[in-house]
Every structure is written in C-alpha cells, then in structure tokens.
Design a protein around this ligand. Structure first.
Ligand code: C2E
Ligand code: CA
Ligand code: CA
Ligand code: CA
Length: 278
C-alpha cells in the first residue's frame, strides 16, 4: 500500500494540473503582459510553530490581467518554461520581491522572502551571479532570500545546476527543496548542496489527519531533516487539526490557507500588522 502511494506521488505530471479554459493563453499574450508590467508577486506568510510568529513569506507570481483578473501560475508558467522565457518572470518577481523585502526591513520587520526558481533556469551558469547582483543592488543581505528549487526531470544539466546552487550557497542565499516527496532521482545528485530548508509537499499534508501511512512518512521526513540540520516547512496547512499534528511531530514552520492565502503586497502588510496584534 505504501509503495502504491509513493508511486502516486511520483507521477511525472503531478505538478501541473490542466489550467481551466478561461486561463489558456498564448506565449505572445504572456510576454505582452510581462512587457506591460502586469505581473507581480503575491505573498503567503510562513509561520513558525514554536513562536506562532510570521518569519517570512513566499512570493508567488500572479498575472493581473486587465480583462480576466488574477491569473494563477498554471496559466503562464508552463508556457514560459517550455519556451525558455521563464527567466523574464523570475527576475521580475525577484526584483519586486527584494524591493518589498527592503521596505519590510526599513520598517523593522525582518522577514525572509522565498522565491521559486524554475529548474530550467539553472541550466544557465550566469544565473547565480545575476541573482546575487539584483539582491545586492537592493541592499538586501542574501541570507534573507530563500531560493526554492523543485526536484524535476527538467533539470537536465545537473552539472550546471550544481554549479549555480553551490555558488548561490557560497554567496549566502538560503536554499530550499520545494515539493519534497514528489520528486525525481536527479535530486540524489544534489545531496552535495547545502540545503537548509525542506518543504513537504501539500499532497502529504492533505488528508493526512486520517491516513496513518501519510503521517508516518511526514514524521520520518521531519526527523530526517532534523538529523541533517535542515528546517522543515509544511505546505498546504488548511485545518487546525493538521496544524496540531504537525506541531506535535516537531515540524518547524507552516504555510497554508489556515494562516492566509497568498495576497498582494498591500494586503500582506495589513495582514502582518493585524497578525502581530493577536
Ligand atoms: P509551489 O511553489 O508549491 O507553491 C505553493 C502553492 O500552493 C501555491 O499555488 C499556493 O497558493 C498554494 N497553497 C498554499 N497554501 C495552500 C493551502 O492551504 N491549500 C491549497 N490547496 N493550496 C495552497 P500557486 O500560487 O498557484 O502556485 C503554483 C505553483 O506555481 C507554485 O507551487 C510554483 O511551483 C509555481 N510558481 C509560482 N510562482 C512562481 C514563480 O515566480 N516562478 C516559478 N518558477 N514558479 C512559480
Ligand atoms: Ca509546486
Ligand atoms: Ca514554492
Ligand atoms: Ca511547494
């Protein structure tokens, strides 16, 4: 039964559910939207179990479409990745996120911001220097920027990916393994990298309250991470019951609708102000 479950989680198409018909765009439309500055990061808070404090936020790309409203990443990221244009979005999100990070820090809120890196981007060996430059230009210490990397079959050039990640680590960035548990074997090669965070995929947290096998897998991931001195974040925490179970298992941080959905910058700032008063 456990093996069956593992196979389910390792399905190659897991990450990209079909976008709804309302969200189908052409590459040209997406690029046009990028040129028109219609993309921005939404922020989802990350909360520490021990203190209940917000310790950071994940930046999640949104297209604020003039006619169709807020478009989810599933409507544009696959197009950008397949066409090799994803870096345009990566740097747009990075620049807006470090600017936000800067304004938090100026107001005394020392948050980390997590950025999603596409595995395709890691093929380009100049990536590490480009990212470092953007962050330094904004006057942000790279230790406040967490780079989330998904294990993926798309990581074709493992040598280049390793080179980028080693350099980013040396430059002081925090490296995080995204969607842990849904993965691909290429990540085995990445055990040489100093990852300091691991995010358990939400498919593990979903329904785990009444599924003992899932709970065992999550608990052993937490214990393994801790043995490796790695912090562990649970994604997709939606209920108080899930929160309580994860907290008792020793999980470090949570992200999910129980705390908040991803929000635009203004709503995020308002949320944080209200949250502190609680
Ligand atoms: P991800 O990195 O695994 O991000 C977590 C996703 O789970 C987000 O979906 C978030 O809105 C959603 N989520 C958070 N809490 C909950 C919860 O409690 N329940 C449920 N059901 N969902 C929750 P989103 O924002 O639609 O992003 C989807 C994916 O798109 C991300 O998955 C990430 O892989 C990708 N993505 C988003 N922004 C970027 C970006 O700037 N660059 C790249 N390369 N990929 C991005
Ligand atoms: Ca994902
Ligand atoms: Ca992520
Ligand atoms: Ca994830």
């Amino acid at each position: 039964q456990l093996k069956q479950m593992l196979t389910k989680f390792m399905r190659a198409d897991y990450n990209w559910p079909q976008a709804s018909s309302a969200e189908r765009f052409t590459l040209e439309e997406v690029l046009q939207g990028i040129r028109a500055n219609q993309f921005e990061p939404f922020f989802q808070p990350k909360v520490e179990f021990k203190t209940g404090q917000i310790v950071g936020a994940e930046a999640l790309a949104r297209w604020i479409h003039p006619e169709q409203g807020v478009i989810s990443p599933y409507g544009f990221i696959p197009l950008l990745e397949q066409s090799g244009e994803i870096d345009k979005l990566t740097f747009l999100i990075l620049e807006k996120s470090v600017a936000a990070c800067r304004s938090f820090h100026d107001r005394g809120c020392i948050f980390s911001i997590s950025i999603n890196l596409s595995p395709n981007s890691l093929d380009d060996t100049t990536l590490a220097d480009k990212i470092t430059q953007v962050v330094r230009n904004a006057g942000i210490d790279p230790r406040y920027i967490i780079l989330e990397i998904t294990e993926s079959a798309a990581m074709t050039d493992v040598a280049h990916a390793l080179e980028n990640l080693v350099r980013l680590g040396m430059n002081g960035f925090i490296l995080s393994i995204d969607d842990y548990g849904t993965g691909y074997s290429s990540m085995q090669q990445l055990t040489r990298i100093a990852f300091s965070e691991l995010k358990i995929d939400q498919s593990f947290v979903k329904d785990f309250a009444d599924n003992e096998a899932l709970r065992i897998m999550v608990k052993s991931s937490i214990d393994m991470a801790h043995e490796l001195q790695i912090k562990i974040v649970a994604e997709g925490v939606e209920t108080q019951q899930e929160w309580d179970l994860l907290k008792n298992m020793g999980c470090d941080m949570a992200q999910g609708y129980l705390i908040a959905k991803p929000m635009n910058l203004i709503s995020f700032v308002e949320f944080c102000m209200g949250y502190r008063l609680r």
